[in-house]
Ligand binder design. Structure first.
Ligand SMILES: [Zn+2]
Length: 679
């Protein structure tokens, strides 16, 4: 018999396979671009955006969604793709010359975006569009875009628009100088090896004395945080805190003052009393004075609890220093850790053997898969800017719905914090959403499994919450409302909520196994870990509220009358319970005063929402019941297609309130009189 039929069958089988593969877009780095190729990709995006804008403004016939909104959205998609890629290369590319070119490209894309926001022809075109018969998401999209255009000043006269353009360019420069002064001013202190007493052995091993017999400790987080938490030497912690809180001082004083002035000028030009008011106009919070009210509500909810915790930590300090009445900021972390050991029988080092990096990573993927009903499949041999970068496709049943990149370990010249960044906007039927996690967890090696701190695992969950939001919200018709393109004071809610999953015994059972013996993390250790981690929340909220007050008070009025040091000291004394020492100028390195400006309240605002959301889940098993799928459908999938206030109401059946946050803060004392600070 001829073997032809089998051959045909094989060919058609391979044909089907390759078709299936072709349906999925190529990964970002498929062509391994050098600088020239990178710049070509970027310039092609910018040219395509220009072309779309020209086509849009050139329409002579009646404006329709097809000839106007679809073309506008094409421009947005091109500009976003260019901006995401340039921003990413600036943060992760191993070659500094490449990073410099990427920085220049970021400015170029941002100038194009800013020019579009002041393009009156585009604004008029969108205004002329009749969307009364369109679907709700499309109507909301157009309404939001028109608001953003007006906030940019598009409807002002030519002279005013020219002035705004100038102010915006100035602000971008001031912001990047502010940030660069902080990142350029990495400080360090030297210490006697004996001052490392109390720190974990792997930290001591990694900090060997130099030729002069001294150890160097930098103000970078992996160096700083263990020292502030575990070093017995108060003097070492004090020197480190002073170094940390004088970064970019006094340099950033003039920069911050002119940034505040530029923002005030922009707000005044657009008819707003203050930058805080202007900046709130396109957000959930609505207006500046609502931030002041929110700060007061948080204070009322948190202050009594914070005082209770303060009394407990003070007792711990008094064991070392009888008669002490104050706690300084360089002591808070250390005595809180001591208290967790003495009162909760919990040593945060004791959980690290259950958190080797690879197990944690797989555990988080498995948890997200269970929770959101998706699957992750790793792609093999995908080229990237560094061999450690992984790419995974996200599937809903058999359908690919997105791609994620994981760049999780430190490298010279790489962005040094943790973040999720969009890579592509998802557009239903046209483009899969893509996003990346850029983190700095210690890489496992042949001899070292990369044992993670509890806080690092929590950060990993947090960033994964952002990632799933961008992917699951990236199934809309328009790029401009895809994923996290929405009110910016909502986006920390899904991420902060996912942090709670680290406390679930069912979730921990998936991955928290001793790296040597394979033994699952013991239930009583989980219980002690959860109790100990619940301690200090009142203080944490108070401290965040202090930062929120600094961010709001610096931007709530005419900066000519503002003394930055006085505003900072006042907020610290009023809200935070741990006091700074003389000579600290925390604000100079408070990077959020650049990007977030008056909107640092976002973190606590979203914490309130996150805890309210969290209580909708089955508290005995966070993965069970219908809440996970309802959350995916009602909160994440809509992306930016409706107002975030509506997303909240749709999930909770009412607006958020303080009750859940209060429960979260008070968990340490609930039914736990033995640990009460009142005696
Ligand atoms: Zn976040």
């Amino acid at each position: 018999m001829s073997r032809l039929p089998l051959l045909f069958a094989l060919i058609s089988f391979f044909f089907t396979l390759s078709l299936a593969a072709q349906e999925i877009q190529r990964p970002l780095w498929a062509s391994k671009p050098d600088v020239a190729a990178f710049e070509k990709i970027e310039n092609d995006h910018l040219a395509a955006a220009d072309k779309a804008i020209a086509a849009l403004t050139g329409v002579k016939e009646k404006r329709t969604i097809g000839n106007t909104l679809a073309v506008y959205d094409q421009a947005i998609r091109e500009l976003n793709s260019a901006g995401y890629f340039a921003g990413l290369m600036q943060q992760v590319h191993p070659d500094s010359a490449f990073r410099d070119r990427a920085t220049a490209m970021v400015s170029k894309v941002s100038a194009a975006t800013s020019a579009l926001s002041l393009n009156r022809d585009v604004y008029n075109a969108l205004s002329a569009l009749d969307v009364s018969k369109a679907d709700a998401a499309t109507r909301y999209y157009v309404q939001r875009q028109l608001l953003e255009f007006r906030l940019a000043g598009v409807d002002k006269d030519d002279a005013t628009r020219a002035k705004l353009q100038k102010l915006n360019v100035q602000l971008t420069e001031e912001q990047s100088t502010f940030d660069r002064n902080i990142s350029d001013d990495q400080k360090s202190v030297t210490a006697d090896p004996a001052e490392l007493a109390g720190l974990p052995q792997d930290y001591i091993t990694a900090h060997k004395p130099g030729a002069d017999g001294k150890v160097t400790i930098t103000t970078n987080y992996p160096d700083l945080i263990p020292a502030m938490t575990f070093a017995k030497s108060g003097d070492l912690r004090k020197r480190l805190m002073l170094a940390f809180n004088t970064r970019a001082y006094p340099k950033n004083g003039d920069v911050l003052r002119s940034m505040m002035q530029t923002r005030y000028d922009i707000a005044q030009t657009l008819g707003y009393a203050s930058w805080a008011d202007y900046n709130a106009a396109d957000k959930m919070i609505g207006k500046g004075s609502n931030i002041a009210d929110f700060i007061q509500q948080v204070y009322d909810a948190s202050h009594p609890l914070a005082l209770r915790e303060f009394a407990m930590i003070l007792k711990e300090k008094q064991k070392d220093m009888p008669g002490a009445t104050a706690i300084y900021d360089y002591e808070g972390g250390y005595y809180s850790e001591q208290l967790r050991r003495s009162q909760y029988d919990f040593d945060s080092q004791s959980v690290r053997p259950y958190f080797p990096f690879n197990q944690v990573k797989q555990g988080i993927l498995d948890t997200a898969a269970d929770l959101f009903h998706v699957t992750f499949k790793q792609e093999a041999n995908v080229p990237s800017w560094d061999p450690a970068v992984e790419t995974w496709l996200v599937y809903d049943h058999d359908k690919a719905i997105g791609r994620i990149y994981l760049d999780l370990h430190p490298r010279a010249g790489k962005f040094s914090h943790a973040e999720m960044a969009p890579v592509l906007d998802g557009i239903k039927g046209k483009q899969l959403p893509e996003a990346i996690l850029v983190c700095n967890f210690a890489a496992p090696t042949a001899t070292d499994p990369g044992l993670m701190e509890y806080g690092d695992v929590q950060t990993f969950f947090h960033e994964f919450g952002h990632l799933m939001h961008h992917i699951l919200g990236g199934q809309q018709e328009w790029a401009g409302i895809a994923g996290i393109s929405m009110e910016s004071d909502f986006v920390e809610a899904p991420s902060q909520m996912l942090e709670e999953w680290i406390r679930s015994p069912q979730v921990l059972a998936k991955f928290a196994k001793n790296y040597k013996t394979g033994e699952p993390i013991p239930a009583d250790l989980v219980a002690r870990m959860n109790r100990a981690s619940a301690f200090g929340r009142g203080n944490w909220v108070s401290r965040q509220n202090g930062f929120t007050a600094i961010s709001y008070n610096l931007y709530k009025s005419n900066p000519a009358n503002i003394d930055i040091d006085a505003v900072t000291n006042d907020a610290t004394h009023r809200y935070a319970l741990f006091q700074p020492i003389d000579g600290e100028h925390f604000w100079a390195s408070f990077g959020h005063l650049g990007g977030y400006s008056s909107a640092y309240y976002t973190y606590l605002w979203d914490k309130v929402i996150a805890e309210d959301f969290f209580l909708q889940f089955d508290q005995t098993n966070l993965l069970a019941g219908d809440a996970p799928m309802r959350y995916r459908r009602v909160v994440l999938e809509p992306g930016g297609s409706m107002s975030a206030n509506d997303l909240v109401k749709n999930f909770l059946g009412r607006p958020q309130n303080m009750t859940a946050l209060q429960k979260w803060m008070g968990e340490e004392f609930a039914g736990n009189p033995a640990t009460s600070g009142e005696n």
